[in-house]
Design a protein around this ligand. Structure first.
Ligand SMILES: Cc1cc2nc3c(=O)[nH]c(=O)nc-3n(C[C@H](O)[C@H](O)[C@H](O)COP(=O)(O)O)c2cc1C
Ligand code: SF4
Length: 436
């Protein structure tokens, strides 16, 4: 009687073909067959009972580290997450800030189009450098993604440069990326992943993309009441709309995908306020294939921002959070630090006198539409590049510190990416979960 091995279990079978089929099936669900996942994490995934995520024909941890601009998720964070078998995401926005030579090249230049072109070129070069450095860190595991906000003026060139540099996936939020299939046409191996917030958006985007003969390779469903950064709702008053609740958005999106016969081809990734193994179990129970976390990764040792940035996020709680309208015209969520609270006190006055300026004060024109530069009533009236850059370098007084809601997995402690992923993959013992 033939005897073959599946994992550690010897399998006895009278029919070798049946045994082989069984062996392959069981290998696909066993840690030894997950070459893209670090061995320790593969075992933790197996022990914790979560389902792996399949993307780009790779079996991955069901954990995505969300893109965080500016500079909060650069090569170090994204590469460290991918090295363990998750999806690590570099945020494309103004990455030159991690490169002193590029900052020097772009500072002190006279106003005008030429300056903007020098800044854009520097940022594209920074994207290239960051992808290359992250790729080294991954050691061939996980998946490396770039997050490009639809609202930034360098959206198209940033997507194209990342694809040319061999990025595995392009993730686009802050606007509907209806043209992403066109940008990705020459790079069919790269996954294209929109960020949406409800089933209506899923339906609209899939139908538009189908006309371009492309399906999303996954869709991030980000909850505007829970996530950090720019939020996928039209107005602050809409953030709590029940249509965004995971209990509605995920099953409704799945029902649409099922009716279109593409349920298995488009995994859903839930984002916003996800902090524990229990959260992931609940979301996989609703039909999500994976989860995306931002804030818990931003505060890891490997997070690319200044330690003071991490301290501000880790030491704040839900009472400190503020929702406001960003200069990109979208609602946003951040910690109510001194600059943000002071700004919000005079926001009405600033909006009342807002008017179109002759040029962007920074000669950067980072946004396609900017409330400050274009004098858009009801939109934010501050330079987001200035404020986010201040946060990145740990300037607590001047910075804008985006953050999602909910207590972080390690409270105010700064821990490694490995510790965070390990914490998410296995359930906490009951006594420990009562404390943490
Ligand atoms: C500091 C920070 C910056 C962010 N920047 C971006 C960004 O540039 N583009 C984007 O699509 N999402 C951005 N996000 C959203 C995250 O990618 C992620 O989806 C979200 O934070 C998940 O919610 P959580 O923080 O509660 O885990 C940001 C979030 C944070 C906390
Ligand atoms: S004013 Fe600031 S936020 Fe507006 S486009 Fe210029 S750099 Fe961007």
């Amino acid at each position: 009687m033939p005897q073959i091995r599946t994992g550690n279990m010897p399998l006895r079978c009278e029919f070798p073909q049946v045994a082989l089929v069984r062996q392959i099936a069981s290998m696909k669900t066993s840690p030894e067959f997950w070459p893209c996942i670090d061995t320790w994490c593969a075992n933790a995934l197996n022990d914790g009972g979560l389902r792996p995520l399949t993307l780009c024909e790779r079996t991955l941890l069901p954990i995505v580290q969300g893109g965080m601009g500016i500079g909060v998720s650069a090569h170090r964070l994204a590469g460290s997450v991918a090295a363990l078998g998750g999806v690590g995401t570099i945020s494309s926005v103004d990455l030159r800030r991690h490169h002193p030579d590029l900052m020097e090249r772009t500072s002190g230049l006279p106003p005008g189009d030429a300056t903007r072109q020098v800044i854009d070129a520097a940022n594209l070069e920074a994207i290239e450098r960051e992808i290359r450095a992250a790729r080294v860190l991954t050691q061939g595991r996980g998946l490396l993604a770039i997050n490009v906000m639809r609202a930034v003026s360098a959206y198209g060139p940033s997507v194209t440069r990342a694809l040319e540099c061999g990025i595995d996936a392009v993730v686009v939020g802050a606007g509907l990326p209806l043209d992403l299939p066109d940008l990705g046409r020459d790079f069919p191996q790269a996954a294209l992943i929109p960020i949406l917030s409800d089933a209506r958006g899923v339906q609209l985007l899939v139908k538009k993309w189908e006309r371009k003969k492309r399906l999303p390779d996954a869709i991030v469903i980000e909850h505007p009441r829970l996530a950090g950064g720019h939020l996928g709702a039209a107005r602050i008053a809409d953030l709590g709309d029940p249509r965004f609740d995971f209990e509605n958005a995920i099953p409704q999106s799945l029902a649409f995908l099922r009716s279109a016969g593409i349920e298995r081809e488009v995994p859903l990734i839930a984002a916003g306020g996800i902090r524990s193994h229990a959260d992931i179990v609940r979301l996989q129970g609703l039909g999500a294939a994976g989860v995306q976390l931002g804030t818990p990764f931003a505060v890891t040792e490997e997070g690319d921002a200044h330690p003071e940035f991490k301290r501000v996020l880790a030491q704040s709680d839900d009472d400190d959070m503020v929702e406001f309208t960003s200069v990109a015209g979208l609602p946003a969520r951040a910690v109510g630090t001194p600059w943000l609270r002071a700004y919000l006190k005079i926001e009405d006055k600033l909006q009342a006198v807002s008017h179109a300026k002759s040029r962007c004060t920074k000669n950067f024109d980072c946004l396609a539409q900017c409330g400050l530069r274009d004098g858009l009533k009801g939109w934010g009236q501050f330079c987001i590049d200035n404020q986010l850059a201040a946060a990145l370098r740990g300037d607590v007084k001047k910075g804008l510190f985006f953050r999602g809601v909910g207590a972080l997995p390690f409270g105010d402690q700064i821990r490694s990416v490995r510790a965070l992923i390990d914490r998410l993959l296995v359930p906490l013992p009951v006594a420990a979960s009562a404390v943490c």
